[in-house]
Design a protein around this ligand. Sequence first.
Ligand SMILES: [Zn+2]
Length: 495
Amino acid sequence: MATTSISVDTDFEVVIGLEVHAQLLTKSKMFCGCSTGYANEAANTHVCPTCMGMPGVLPVINQEAVTYTIMTALALNCSIPAYSKFDRKNYPYPDLMKGYQISQYDVPLSHDGYLTIDLHGQLRHIGITRVHLEEDTARLTHRQGYSLIDVNRAGTPLMEIVSEPDMRSPEEARFYMQKLREILVYLGVSSGRMEEGSLRCDANISVRPRGQQKLGVKSEIKNMNSFRSVERALEYEAQRQIEVLRSGGVIQQETRGWVENRGITVSQRSKEQAHDYRYFPEPDLPPLVLSRERIEEIRRMLPELPDARRTRYKSEYGLAEQDANVMTEDKALGDYFERVMAASQGSERKARAKAASNWILSEVVRLLNAHSIAVQDCPLSPAALANLLDLLDKERITGKQGKEIADEAFTSGEMPEAIVERKGIKPPISDLSTLEHIIEEVIAKNTKAVNDYRAGKTNALQALVGQVMKQTRGQAKADMVQTLLRKKLDETQPA
Ligand SMILES: [Zn+2]
Protein backbone atom coordinates (compact mmCIF):
# COMPACT_ATOMS: atom_id res chain seq x y z
CA MET A 1 0.00 0.00 0.00
CA ALA A 2 1.34 3.40 -0.97
CA THR A 3 2.07 5.66 1.97
CA THR A 4 1.83 8.91 0.04
CA SER A 5 -1.38 10.91 0.10
CA ILE A 6 -3.88 9.92 -2.60
CA SER A 7 -5.40 13.40 -2.67
CA VAL A 8 -2.87 14.32 -5.32
CA ASP A 9 -3.79 11.43 -7.68
CA THR A 10 -4.00 12.98 -11.13
CA ASP A 11 -6.50 10.51 -12.62
CA PHE A 12 -9.02 10.07 -9.81
CA GLU A 13 -10.90 12.35 -7.48
CA VAL A 14 -11.92 11.24 -3.98
CA VAL A 15 -15.40 12.14 -2.67
CA ILE A 16 -16.11 11.88 1.05
CA GLY A 17 -19.13 12.56 3.26
CA LEU A 18 -19.21 11.93 7.01
CA GLU A 19 -21.91 10.82 9.42
CA VAL A 20 -20.96 11.79 12.93
CA HIS A 21 -22.70 10.61 16.09
CA ALA A 22 -22.23 12.54 19.32
CA GLN A 23 -23.58 11.48 22.70
CA LEU A 24 -25.11 14.55 24.32
CA LEU A 25 -24.03 15.72 27.77
CA THR A 26 -27.53 15.77 29.22
CA LYS A 27 -28.07 14.58 32.79
CA SER A 28 -30.75 12.04 31.89
CA LYS A 29 -31.42 9.75 28.94
CA MET A 30 -33.39 10.65 25.83
CA PHE A 31 -36.80 9.23 26.73
CA CYS A 32 -36.61 8.27 30.45
CA GLY A 33 -35.27 9.67 33.71
CA CYS A 34 -32.25 7.35 34.00
CA SER A 35 -28.95 9.13 34.61
CA THR A 36 -26.41 9.22 31.77
CA GLY A 37 -23.59 9.22 34.33
CA TYR A 38 -22.85 5.51 33.98
CA ALA A 39 -19.25 5.74 32.75
CA ASN A 40 -17.69 4.27 35.90
CA GLU A 41 -20.72 2.32 37.09
CA ALA A 42 -21.43 -1.41 37.06
CA ALA A 43 -23.16 -2.76 33.95
CA ASN A 44 -26.98 -2.65 33.83
CA THR A 45 -27.38 -0.35 36.84
CA HIS A 46 -28.70 2.74 34.99
CA VAL A 47 -31.81 1.15 33.56
CA CYS A 48 -35.60 1.34 33.85
CA PRO A 49 -38.54 -0.27 32.03
CA THR A 50 -38.43 2.46 29.33
CA CYS A 51 -34.76 2.11 28.32
CA MET A 52 -35.02 -1.67 28.79
CA GLY A 53 -37.73 -1.63 26.11
CA MET A 54 -40.48 -3.22 28.20
CA PRO A 55 -43.94 -3.41 26.63
CA GLY A 56 -46.43 -0.72 27.58
CA VAL A 57 -44.01 2.01 28.67
CA LEU A 58 -44.18 5.49 27.15
CA PRO A 59 -41.21 7.65 26.16
CA VAL A 60 -40.97 11.32 27.19
CA ILE A 61 -38.80 13.72 25.13
CA ASN A 62 -35.74 15.15 26.90
CA GLN A 63 -36.03 18.93 26.28
CA GLU A 64 -32.37 19.55 27.05
CA ALA A 65 -31.36 17.13 24.26
CA VAL A 66 -33.60 19.04 21.84
CA THR A 67 -32.01 22.33 22.95
CA TYR A 68 -28.47 20.94 22.53
CA THR A 69 -29.30 19.67 19.05
CA ILE A 70 -30.71 23.03 17.99
CA MET A 71 -27.68 24.83 19.44
CA THR A 72 -25.46 22.59 17.31
CA ALA A 73 -27.64 23.07 14.23
CA LEU A 74 -27.52 26.87 14.65
CA ALA A 75 -23.74 26.80 15.14
CA LEU A 76 -23.58 24.84 11.86
CA ASN A 77 -25.71 27.45 10.06
CA CYS A 78 -28.67 25.05 9.58
CA SER A 79 -32.32 25.91 9.01
CA ILE A 80 -34.66 24.86 11.83
CA PRO A 81 -38.17 23.93 10.67
CA ALA A 82 -41.10 24.86 12.89
CA TYR A 83 -42.26 21.26 12.88
CA SER A 84 -40.30 18.05 13.29
CA LYS A 85 -41.06 14.50 14.42
CA PHE A 86 -39.57 11.26 15.63
CA ASP A 87 -39.74 8.00 13.68
CA ARG A 88 -39.20 4.34 14.40
CA LYS A 89 -36.25 2.73 12.68
CA ASN A 90 -36.89 -1.01 12.76
CA TYR A 91 -34.19 -3.65 12.69
CA PRO A 92 -33.52 -6.72 14.76
CA TYR A 93 -30.26 -6.61 16.68
CA PRO A 94 -29.49 -7.66 20.26
CA ASP A 95 -28.26 -4.17 21.25
CA LEU A 96 -31.62 -2.65 20.37
CA MET A 97 -33.84 -3.04 23.39
CA LYS A 98 -37.20 -2.39 21.75
CA GLY A 99 -36.45 -3.97 18.38
CA TYR A 100 -36.46 -0.46 16.98
CA GLN A 101 -34.61 2.78 17.56
CA ILE A 102 -36.39 6.09 17.95
CA SER A 103 -34.73 8.36 15.38
CA GLN A 104 -35.74 11.01 12.87
CA TYR A 105 -36.35 10.21 9.23
CA ASP A 106 -37.94 12.64 6.76
CA VAL A 107 -38.48 15.69 8.99
CA PRO A 108 -35.31 16.15 11.09
CA LEU A 109 -34.80 18.93 13.64
CA SER A 110 -32.59 20.82 11.19
CA HIS A 111 -31.21 20.78 7.66
CA ASP A 112 -29.04 22.56 5.07
CA GLY A 113 -26.18 24.15 6.95
CA TYR A 114 -22.42 24.30 6.49
CA LEU A 115 -19.17 24.16 8.38
CA THR A 116 -16.18 26.27 7.32
CA ILE A 117 -12.73 24.74 7.54
CA ASP A 118 -9.35 26.27 6.86
CA LEU A 119 -7.45 23.89 4.57
CA HIS A 120 -3.93 25.29 4.50
CA GLY A 121 -5.17 28.86 4.10
CA GLN A 122 -8.02 27.96 1.74
CA LEU A 123 -11.48 28.36 3.30
CA ARG A 124 -13.80 25.48 2.44
CA HIS A 125 -17.53 25.32 3.16
CA ILE A 126 -18.61 21.73 3.84
CA GLY A 127 -22.38 21.31 3.48
CA ILE A 128 -24.33 19.92 6.44
CA THR A 129 -27.28 17.87 5.22
CA ARG A 130 -28.95 17.55 8.60
CA VAL A 131 -28.51 17.44 12.35
CA HIS A 132 -31.01 15.16 14.03
CA LEU A 133 -31.69 13.47 17.33
CA GLU A 134 -31.99 9.78 18.22
CA GLU A 135 -31.14 7.36 21.01
CA ASP A 136 -28.02 5.27 21.56
CA THR A 137 -28.12 1.48 21.70
CA ALA A 138 -26.97 -0.91 24.43
CA ARG A 139 -23.32 -1.98 24.42
CA LEU A 140 -22.39 -5.50 23.34
CA THR A 141 -19.13 -7.20 24.26
CA HIS A 142 -18.42 -10.28 22.20
CA ARG A 143 -16.65 -13.16 23.87
CA GLN A 144 -15.75 -16.64 22.70
CA GLY A 145 -19.11 -18.27 21.96
CA TYR A 146 -21.29 -15.70 23.76
CA SER A 147 -21.92 -11.96 24.09
CA LEU A 148 -22.43 -9.70 27.09
CA ILE A 149 -24.93 -6.84 27.05
CA ASP A 150 -24.80 -3.61 29.07
CA VAL A 151 -28.02 -1.60 28.82
CA ASN A 152 -26.60 1.48 30.63
CA ARG A 153 -25.84 3.13 27.28
CA ALA A 154 -29.25 2.36 25.75
CA GLY A 155 -31.36 5.48 25.43
CA THR A 156 -28.50 7.97 25.81
CA PRO A 157 -29.31 11.02 23.65
CA LEU A 158 -27.39 10.71 20.41
CA MET A 159 -27.09 13.52 17.89
CA GLU A 160 -26.33 12.67 14.27
CA ILE A 161 -24.61 15.21 12.03
CA VAL A 162 -24.62 14.27 8.34
CA SER A 163 -22.41 16.14 5.88
CA GLU A 164 -22.78 16.49 2.15
CA PRO A 165 -20.22 14.57 0.02
CA ASP A 166 -18.16 17.79 -0.15
CA MET A 167 -14.76 16.62 1.03
CA ARG A 168 -12.09 15.84 -1.52
CA SER A 169 -9.32 14.25 0.53
CA PRO A 170 -8.87 12.16 3.69
CA GLU A 171 -6.98 15.07 5.22
CA GLU A 172 -9.93 17.37 4.59
CA ALA A 173 -12.17 14.82 6.34
CA ARG A 174 -9.88 14.89 9.37
CA PHE A 175 -9.91 18.71 9.41
CA TYR A 176 -13.72 18.61 9.28
CA MET A 177 -13.88 16.16 12.20
CA GLN A 178 -11.48 18.24 14.27
CA LYS A 179 -13.37 21.45 13.58
CA LEU A 180 -16.71 19.81 14.32
CA ARG A 181 -15.35 18.44 17.59
CA GLU A 182 -14.07 21.92 18.56
CA ILE A 183 -17.55 23.37 18.01
CA LEU A 184 -19.31 20.62 20.00
CA VAL A 185 -16.91 21.08 22.90
CA TYR A 186 -17.30 24.90 22.81
CA LEU A 187 -21.08 24.48 22.84
CA GLY A 188 -20.73 22.16 25.83
CA VAL A 189 -23.06 19.61 24.22
CA SER A 190 -20.53 16.77 23.82
CA SER A 191 -17.31 15.64 25.48
CA GLY A 192 -15.92 15.10 21.96
CA ARG A 193 -13.96 12.05 23.09
CA MET A 194 -13.56 9.75 20.09
CA GLU A 195 -11.39 7.31 22.01
CA GLU A 196 -14.25 6.74 24.49
CA GLY A 197 -16.86 6.40 21.76
CA SER A 198 -18.84 9.45 22.84
CA LEU A 199 -18.00 10.91 19.41
CA ARG A 200 -18.12 8.45 16.48
CA CYS A 201 -17.61 8.77 12.77
CA ASP A 202 -18.79 6.74 9.78
CA ALA A 203 -17.54 7.77 6.37
CA ASN A 204 -18.96 7.40 2.89
CA ILE A 205 -16.24 7.38 0.30
CA SER A 206 -16.12 6.93 -3.46
CA VAL A 207 -13.71 7.78 -6.24
CA ARG A 208 -14.38 8.94 -9.80
CA PRO A 209 -12.27 9.86 -12.81
CA ARG A 210 -11.32 13.54 -12.60
CA GLY A 211 -13.78 15.67 -14.55
CA GLN A 212 -16.65 13.18 -14.20
CA GLN A 213 -19.80 14.65 -12.59
CA LYS A 214 -21.53 11.39 -11.66
CA LEU A 215 -20.52 10.01 -8.27
CA GLY A 216 -18.74 6.67 -8.12
CA VAL A 217 -20.05 3.70 -6.12
CA LYS A 218 -19.42 4.35 -2.44
CA SER A 219 -18.42 2.24 0.50
CA GLU A 220 -19.26 3.09 4.08
CA ILE A 221 -16.39 2.83 6.53
CA LYS A 222 -16.96 2.15 10.24
CA ASN A 223 -14.93 1.56 13.42
CA MET A 224 -12.62 4.58 13.29
CA ASN A 225 -11.98 5.81 16.81
CA SER A 226 -9.51 8.66 16.40
CA PHE A 227 -8.91 11.54 14.00
CA ARG A 228 -5.83 9.73 12.78
CA SER A 229 -7.83 6.53 12.12
CA VAL A 230 -10.33 8.52 10.06
CA GLU A 231 -7.57 9.84 7.83
CA ARG A 232 -5.69 6.52 7.60
CA ALA A 233 -8.83 4.48 6.87
CA LEU A 234 -9.89 6.88 4.12
CA GLU A 235 -6.38 6.93 2.60
CA TYR A 236 -6.43 3.15 2.51
CA GLU A 237 -9.95 2.89 1.11
CA ALA A 238 -9.44 5.53 -1.61
CA GLN A 239 -6.28 3.76 -2.73
CA ARG A 240 -8.08 0.38 -2.72
CA GLN A 241 -10.94 1.71 -4.85
CA ILE A 242 -8.56 3.38 -7.32
CA GLU A 243 -6.63 0.12 -7.69
CA VAL A 244 -9.87 -1.83 -8.32
CA LEU A 245 -10.88 0.63 -11.05
CA ARG A 246 -7.40 0.75 -12.60
CA SER A 247 -7.35 -3.03 -12.90
CA GLY A 248 -10.71 -2.96 -14.70
CA GLY A 249 -12.77 -4.09 -11.70
CA VAL A 250 -16.09 -2.82 -10.33
CA ILE A 251 -16.60 -1.26 -6.88
CA GLN A 252 -19.29 -3.00 -4.81
CA GLN A 253 -21.52 -0.86 -2.64
CA GLU A 254 -20.84 -2.20 0.84
CA THR A 255 -20.09 -1.47 4.47
CA ARG A 256 -16.45 -1.97 5.44
CA GLY A 257 -14.81 -1.98 8.85
CA TRP A 258 -11.47 -0.32 9.62
CA VAL A 259 -9.05 -2.75 11.29
CA GLU A 260 -6.72 -0.44 13.18
CA ASN A 261 -3.87 -2.86 13.95
CA ARG A 262 -3.72 -4.12 10.34
CA GLY A 263 -4.25 -0.73 8.73
CA ILE A 264 -6.89 -2.04 6.30
CA THR A 265 -10.65 -1.98 5.70
CA VAL A 266 -12.53 -5.28 5.38
CA SER A 267 -15.96 -6.01 3.92
CA GLN A 268 -18.70 -6.38 6.52
CA ARG A 269 -21.98 -6.22 4.65
CA SER A 270 -22.96 -5.87 1.00
CA LYS A 271 -25.81 -3.82 -0.42
CA GLU A 272 -27.91 -6.98 -0.81
CA GLN A 273 -27.76 -7.47 2.95
CA ALA A 274 -28.62 -3.83 3.66
CA HIS A 275 -31.42 -3.31 6.17
CA ASP A 276 -34.88 -2.22 5.19
CA TYR A 277 -35.64 -0.09 8.23
CA ARG A 278 -39.40 0.25 7.54
CA TYR A 279 -39.46 3.75 9.05
CA PHE A 280 -42.81 5.04 10.32
CA PRO A 281 -43.76 7.93 12.63
CA GLU A 282 -43.27 7.13 16.31
CA PRO A 283 -46.86 6.79 17.56
CA ASP A 284 -45.94 7.27 21.24
CA LEU A 285 -44.48 10.75 20.80
CA PRO A 286 -46.13 14.03 19.80
CA PRO A 287 -44.62 16.05 16.93
CA LEU A 288 -41.96 18.56 17.97
CA VAL A 289 -43.29 22.06 17.40
CA LEU A 290 -40.75 24.84 17.88
CA SER A 291 -41.77 28.50 17.99
CA ARG A 292 -39.54 31.15 16.38
CA GLU A 293 -39.23 32.73 19.85
CA ARG A 294 -37.83 29.50 21.29
CA ILE A 295 -35.33 29.13 18.44
CA GLU A 296 -34.19 32.76 18.87
CA GLU A 297 -33.90 32.19 22.61
CA ILE A 298 -31.61 29.22 21.94
CA ARG A 299 -29.61 31.28 19.44
CA ARG A 300 -28.93 33.82 22.19
CA MET A 301 -27.62 30.99 24.38
CA LEU A 302 -24.83 30.17 21.93
CA PRO A 303 -21.39 30.83 23.41
CA GLU A 304 -18.51 32.36 21.49
CA LEU A 305 -17.41 29.75 18.94
CA PRO A 306 -13.79 28.85 18.08
CA ASP A 307 -13.51 30.97 14.92
CA ALA A 308 -14.84 34.05 16.71
CA ARG A 309 -12.53 33.49 19.67
CA ARG A 310 -9.55 33.03 17.35
CA THR A 311 -10.31 36.31 15.58
CA ARG A 312 -10.77 38.11 18.91
CA TYR A 313 -7.47 36.78 20.29
CA LYS A 314 -5.73 38.32 17.31
CA SER A 315 -7.57 41.66 17.34
CA GLU A 316 -8.16 42.26 21.06
CA TYR A 317 -4.98 40.70 22.43
CA GLY A 318 -2.67 41.00 19.43
CA LEU A 319 -1.73 37.31 19.52
CA ALA A 320 0.10 35.89 16.50
CA GLU A 321 -1.90 33.62 14.18
CA GLN A 322 -0.17 30.43 15.33
CA ASP A 323 -0.53 31.26 19.05
CA ALA A 324 -4.20 32.18 18.60
CA ASN A 325 -4.78 28.86 16.82
CA VAL A 326 -3.13 26.73 19.48
CA MET A 327 -4.81 28.69 22.29
CA THR A 328 -8.30 28.19 20.84
CA GLU A 329 -8.07 24.60 19.53
CA ASP A 330 -8.43 23.41 23.10
CA LYS A 331 -11.27 25.37 24.68
CA ALA A 332 -9.98 24.68 28.21
CA LEU A 333 -6.57 26.19 27.35
CA GLY A 334 -8.26 29.34 26.00
CA ASP A 335 -10.44 29.50 29.12
CA TYR A 336 -7.28 29.37 31.26
CA PHE A 337 -5.75 32.19 29.23
CA GLU A 338 -8.92 34.27 29.65
CA ARG A 339 -8.79 33.78 33.42
CA VAL A 340 -5.14 34.87 33.52
CA MET A 341 -6.17 38.01 31.63
CA ALA A 342 -9.10 38.59 34.01
CA ALA A 343 -6.67 38.33 36.94
CA SER A 344 -4.31 40.80 35.26
CA GLN A 345 -6.19 44.03 35.89
CA GLY A 346 -4.04 47.12 35.61
CA SER A 347 -1.49 45.59 33.24
CA GLU A 348 -0.99 46.80 29.68
CA ARG A 349 -3.39 44.46 27.86
CA LYS A 350 -1.51 43.44 24.74
CA ALA A 351 1.86 43.16 26.45
CA ARG A 352 0.29 41.05 29.19
CA ALA A 353 -1.56 38.88 26.66
CA LYS A 354 1.67 38.22 24.79
CA ALA A 355 3.51 37.32 28.00
CA ALA A 356 0.62 35.18 29.28
CA SER A 357 0.37 33.36 25.96
CA ASN A 358 4.13 32.70 25.89
CA TRP A 359 4.15 31.37 29.44
CA ILE A 360 1.06 29.21 28.94
CA LEU A 361 2.19 27.70 25.63
CA SER A 362 5.67 26.94 26.91
CA GLU A 363 6.00 26.56 30.70
CA VAL A 364 2.41 25.75 31.70
CA VAL A 365 1.89 23.24 28.88
CA ARG A 366 5.27 21.66 29.66
CA LEU A 367 4.40 21.29 33.35
CA LEU A 368 0.94 19.90 32.55
CA ASN A 369 2.42 17.32 30.19
CA ALA A 370 5.16 16.35 32.61
CA HIS A 371 2.60 15.73 35.36
CA SER A 372 -0.13 14.34 33.05
CA ILE A 373 -2.63 16.91 34.32
CA ALA A 374 -5.45 18.49 32.28
CA VAL A 375 -5.40 22.28 32.06
CA GLN A 376 -8.79 22.40 33.84
CA ASP A 377 -7.02 20.97 36.90
CA CYS A 378 -3.84 23.06 36.59
CA PRO A 379 -2.39 23.50 40.10
CA LEU A 380 -0.77 26.78 38.99
CA SER A 381 -3.98 28.82 39.11
CA PRO A 382 -4.61 31.59 36.57
CA ALA A 383 -4.30 34.07 39.47
CA ALA A 384 -0.91 32.58 40.38
CA LEU A 385 0.35 32.93 36.81
CA ALA A 386 -0.92 36.54 36.69
CA ASN A 387 0.93 37.15 39.96
CA LEU A 388 4.13 35.68 38.47
CA LEU A 389 3.77 37.92 35.40
CA ASP A 390 3.32 40.94 37.73
CA LEU A 391 6.58 40.07 39.50
CA LEU A 392 8.34 39.84 36.13
CA ASP A 393 6.81 43.13 34.94
CA LYS A 394 8.01 44.89 38.10
CA GLU A 395 11.44 43.28 37.56
CA ARG A 396 11.16 41.82 41.03
CA ILE A 397 12.46 38.50 39.65
CA THR A 398 14.42 37.44 36.56
CA GLY A 399 12.99 35.21 33.83
CA LYS A 400 15.14 32.33 35.03
CA GLN A 401 13.87 32.73 38.59
CA GLY A 402 10.35 32.98 37.19
CA LYS A 403 10.62 29.50 35.69
CA GLU A 404 11.89 28.03 38.94
CA ILE A 405 9.08 29.74 40.87
CA ALA A 406 6.50 28.48 38.34
CA ASP A 407 7.79 24.92 38.88
CA GLU A 408 7.53 25.30 42.62
CA ALA A 409 4.12 26.96 42.56
CA PHE A 410 2.88 24.20 40.25
CA THR A 411 3.78 21.59 42.85
CA SER A 412 2.92 23.47 46.04
CA GLY A 413 -0.01 25.58 44.86
CA GLU A 414 1.58 28.61 46.59
CA MET A 415 1.32 32.12 45.17
CA PRO A 416 4.60 33.18 43.48
CA GLU A 417 4.96 36.28 45.70
CA ALA A 418 4.67 34.05 48.78
CA ILE A 419 7.48 31.86 47.41
CA VAL A 420 9.66 34.94 46.77
CA GLU A 421 8.99 36.12 50.33
CA ARG A 422 9.55 32.73 51.98
CA LYS A 423 12.81 32.06 50.12
CA GLY A 424 14.06 35.61 50.66
CA ILE A 425 14.76 36.09 46.95
CA LYS A 426 16.44 39.47 46.49
CA PRO A 427 15.45 41.77 43.68
CA PRO A 428 17.62 41.39 40.57
CA ILE A 429 20.67 43.61 40.34
CA SER A 430 19.49 46.31 38.06
CA ASP A 431 21.64 49.05 39.52
CA LEU A 432 24.15 49.88 36.84
CA SER A 433 27.22 50.68 38.86
CA THR A 434 27.14 47.34 40.73
CA LEU A 435 26.74 45.42 37.49
CA GLU A 436 29.37 47.41 35.62
CA HIS A 437 31.83 46.76 38.43
CA ILE A 438 31.24 42.99 38.21
CA ILE A 439 31.52 43.10 34.41
CA GLU A 440 34.87 44.91 34.56
CA GLU A 441 36.17 42.22 36.92
CA VAL A 442 34.97 39.42 34.68
CA ILE A 443 36.60 41.05 31.63
CA ALA A 444 39.87 41.46 33.50
CA LYS A 445 39.92 37.82 34.66
CA ASN A 446 38.86 36.15 31.40
CA THR A 447 41.33 37.38 28.81
CA LYS A 448 41.02 34.26 26.66
CA ALA A 449 37.22 34.60 26.26
CA VAL A 450 37.63 38.33 25.68
CA ASN A 451 40.24 37.73 22.95
CA ASP A 452 38.06 35.01 21.39
CA TYR A 453 35.13 37.40 21.28
CA ARG A 454 37.26 40.08 19.68
CA ALA A 455 38.52 37.51 17.17
CA GLY A 456 34.89 37.05 16.10
CA LYS A 457 33.89 33.99 18.14
CA THR A 458 30.42 35.09 19.24
CA ASN A 459 30.01 32.06 21.54
CA ALA A 460 32.64 33.59 23.79
CA LEU A 461 30.17 36.31 24.75
CA GLN A 462 27.84 33.71 26.23
CA ALA A 463 30.70 32.35 28.35
CA LEU A 464 31.30 35.85 29.71
CA VAL A 465 27.59 36.39 30.37
CA GLY A 466 27.63 33.08 32.27
CA GLN A 467 30.54 34.29 34.39
CA VAL A 468 28.73 37.52 35.28
CA MET A 469 25.53 35.60 36.12
CA LYS A 470 27.59 33.33 38.35
CA GLN A 471 29.16 36.30 40.15
CA THR A 472 25.71 37.82 40.73
CA ARG A 473 24.27 34.44 41.83
CA GLY A 474 21.64 34.68 39.12
CA GLN A 475 20.41 38.02 40.47
CA ALA A 476 21.07 39.88 37.24
CA LYS A 477 18.93 39.95 34.11
CA ALA A 478 20.70 38.07 31.35
CA ASP A 479 19.66 40.40 28.53
CA MET A 480 20.82 43.44 30.51
CA VAL A 481 24.15 41.77 31.28
CA GLN A 482 24.63 40.91 27.62
CA THR A 483 23.97 44.49 26.49
CA LEU A 484 26.28 45.98 29.11
CA LEU A 485 28.99 43.43 28.46
CA ARG A 486 28.97 44.01 24.71
CA LYS A 487 29.07 47.77 25.25
CA LYS A 488 31.97 47.50 27.67
CA LEU A 489 33.93 45.18 25.34
CA ASP A 490 33.42 47.51 22.41
CA GLU A 491 34.44 50.56 24.47
CA THR A 492 37.61 48.86 25.67
CA GLN A 493 38.51 47.49 22.22
CA PRO A 494 42.25 48.10 21.69
CA ALA A 495 42.90 50.40 18.72
ZN1 LIG B 1 -34.29 4.38 31.70
